[in-house]
Design a binder for this molecule. Structure first.
Ligand SMILES: *[C@@H]1O[C@H](CO)[C@@H](O)[C@H](O)[C@H]1NC(C)=O
Ligand SMILES: *[C@@H]1O[C@H](CO)[C@@H](O)[C@H](O)[C@H]1NC(C)=O
Ligand SMILES: *[C@@H]1O[C@H](CO)[C@@H](O)[C@H](O)[C@H]1NC(C)=O
Ligand SMILES: *[C@@H]1O[C@H](CO)[C@@H](O)[C@H](O)[C@H]1NC(C)=O
Ligand SMILES: *[C@@H]1O[C@H](CO)[C@@H](O)[C@H](O)[C@H]1NC(C)=O
Ligand SMILES: *[C@@H]1O[C@H](CO)[C@@H](O)[C@H](O)[C@H]1NC(C)=O
Ligand SMILES: *[C@@H]1O[C@H](CO)[C@@H](O)[C@H](O)[C@H]1NC(C)=O
Length: 523
């Protein structure tokens, strides 16, 4: 093991790093203000589709050129970045689609062999960009695949339409493609592939990467499965993420996901603040540069050095399955990256800290709970009263606790919320959440609404007796600043996190738990 220190959020922090982890590579994600269709009522032709996509390809080309000057080895572009997200039918999408040969079956370099397949103008340009920029390139595009009407799942129009990520190596060869599994509600113009795909590609500079798309990240398949069963520790992630506060803003959840698993996540989002789409990042166990800008209409090329955290172990799926799920920070974990997370020097709470051993006997106002809706779920809340305190609130089998202390005079209403149940809006999923939120106003029914500004500086310990071990710790401060917990982990049956000395007002601190096994159970 070696030691590694960096200045992060104005504080020097040190990490223990396994010696094999000291190499870095440069990665880029591009938050792209996709040029969208101007008039949705005019039916598209292939020529019109290519004209629109050319405007976006030209922007991509500029980014690759810039990234190349900075020595970038891999660049990620967002979901829907070439054709936008405004389609109302399969037919309106059709002119934007290309056939994409299976890279497991054929080896094809579109830049060198442009006439091999018909109707692949976009693939050709992406391939040449990768080749000329000498970098791995990941883009999202629409795919069409003719099917026989004898195939019972073949749509009536005789083709499948997939939401597909393509991966080119630095020579321009198409080395992988991934068809999105968890389509979002509005993606009626796409088909779900017949089986979930666990796509992994190899690079000479950093080993293996996994890949998935946007909404996939909220579910076990393929996202968590890639990490737990295939040993993936680096992920490329095109997304068109519509931010939803308090819990699911892009940077907030994506950082929490990367941090919980101790992986690198290269997330490229759309830049369309008018659709609440902004927030891209290069989230790593060491640092997490991110971009969030709801005011400017400009895109952003984010470039960062990324530590290589390829596992030293050979993870075949069978091998990993027999070991159980190894990657996640779990009860009694001896996982290397969990150790890396936990052994930060100098950020532990002191033994004498009042937040360290709060007990239930100090509980204030135990009966004073209320209900309010947060992101369409019915949370049970308890208000935080006073400069410091200690509260508990429960929902079904989950009890959440907070011990807190204001560093300045409290001026905003805060509440601790608990939710243990299904979330049924925009994709059914089972949640267990403990969330300390700033309320939007001074009335209880404003707790759970999205806010972005806060002035109250609060030290806290937040914990709950979760039944799932998949818990994503989020800390969001005023003006969309992200923080990472000082410490977190299991203490008997409780998962906790602590944070002290933030320099910005607290907006949301949440333990966002996902109980994947219960997603498909109706009650
Ligand atoms: C879109 O095109 C249709 C048909 O040409 C036209 O009637 C309509 O006014 C256009 N809408 C806009 C917003 O330009
Ligand atoms: C190539 O595609 C065009 C239209 O996209 C079509 O007219 C032509 O027949 C195709 N050629 C072959 C060989 O498939
Ligand atoms: C963006 O978010 C705000 C605040 O949550 C909401 O009022 C607005 O409707 C959202 N815009 C879109 C296009 O969804
Ligand atoms: C569901 O998705 C729509 C966009 O398709 C969004 O406007 C809405 O806010 C989402 N609702 C929740 C609870 O996330
Ligand atoms: C929320 O849950 C509580 C307790 O189960 C219930 O009394 C209340 O009516 C619910 N509120 C809504 C809006 O469903
Ligand atoms: C969590 O704590 C509450 C209160 O002590 C208890 O009723 C509940 O059963 C606990 N849940 C689990 C999963 O242990
Ligand atoms: C948040 O604070 C910033 C800077 O102080 C200000 O420009 C912005 O308008 C505030 N936003 C809200 C929603 O109050």
């Amino acid at each position: 093991m070696g030691a590694f220190c960096l200045r992060w959020l104005l504080v020097w922090q040190c990490f223990l790093i396994p010696v094999w982890g000291l190499d870095f590579y440069k990665a880029a994600v591009y938050e792209h203000p996709t040029v969208l269709r101007l008039n949705l009522t005019i039916p598209s032709t292939r020529e019109g589709a290519l004209r629109l996509m050319q405007k976006n390809l030209d922007k991509y080309q500029e980014q690759v050129h810039e990234a190349s000057k900075q020595g970038v080895k891999i660049i990620v572009f967002p979901e829907d970045g070439l054709h936008g997200f405004q389609f109302n039918s399969r037919a309106s999408m059709f002119p934007y689609l290309e056939p994409i040969p299976d890279p497991n079956v054929v080896q094809w370099n579109p830049c060198l062999q442009p006439t091999e397949y018909n109707g692949t103008e976009v693939l050709y340009q992406l391939s040449c960009m990768a080749r000329n920029g000498n970098m791995y390139l990941i883009a999202n595009m629409g795919e069409r695949q003719a099917c026989e009407l004898s195939d019972p799942q073949c749509p009536a129009d005789g083709r499948y339409q997939f939401n597909t990520n393509v991966v080119f190596d630095a020579e321009g060869t198409l080395i992988a493609k991934y068809q999105k599994w968890k389509l979002f509600r509005i993606e009626i113009y796409y088909n779900k592939p017949k089986t979930v795909q666990h796509v992994i590609f190899n690079t000479p500079f950093a080993g293996k990467f996994g890949i998935f798309t946007c909404f996939d990240i909220l579910f076990y398949e393929p996202a968590v499965s890639l990490i737990e069963h295939y040993g993936v520790k680096q992920i490329v992630f095109p997304t068109a993420w519509m931010n939803k506060l308090p819990l699911l803003s892009a940077i907030e959840f994506h950082q929490a996901f990367a941090s919980a698993f101790g992986i690198n996540l290269l997330a490229a989002n759309q830049h369309h603040p008018e659709y609440n789409m902004t927030g891209s990042g290069i989230y790593t166990p060491l640092g997490f540069p991110y971009y969030y800008n709801a005011k400017s209409s400009e895109g952003k090329l984010l470039v960062a050095k990324v530590p290589i955290i390829t596992s030293i172990k050979d993870h075949s799926p069978e091998h990993s399955k027999s070991q159980g799920t190894s990657a996640f920070l779990q009860r009694n974990s001896h996982n290397e990256l969990s150790v890396l997370q936990q052994q930060k020097v100098g950020v532990k709470l002191e033994q004498t800290d009042p937040l360290k051993h709060p007990t239930l006997s100090h509980m204030d106002n135990p009966g004073d709970t209320f209900h309010a809706s947060m992101m369409s779920d019915n949370y049970t809340f308890i208000p935080l009263t006073g400069v410091q305190g200690n509260h508990q609130v429960c929902s079904n089998n989950l009890c959440c606790h907070v011990a807190y202390e204001h560093a300045n005079t409290p001026s905003n209403l805060y509440a601790l919320g608990a939710y243990d149940g299904h979330h049924r809006v925009n994709g059914s999923r089972y949640l267990q959440v403990c969330a300390l939120v700033k309320c939007a106003g001074s009335k209880y029914d404003t707790c759970g609404q999205g806010v972005t500004n806060a002035t109250d500086i609060i030290d806290f310990k937040l914990w709950g007796n979760f039944s799932t071990r998949y818990i994503f710790p989020e800390i969001l401060a005023s003006e969309m600043k992200l923080y990472r917990a000082d410490s977190r982990g299991w203490d008997n049956n409780d998962f906790y996190m602590t944070k002290k000395g933030m320099s910005a007002g607290l907006v949301t601190a949440a333990l966002y738990g996902r109980w994947y096994e219960k997603d498909n159970l109706s009650k």
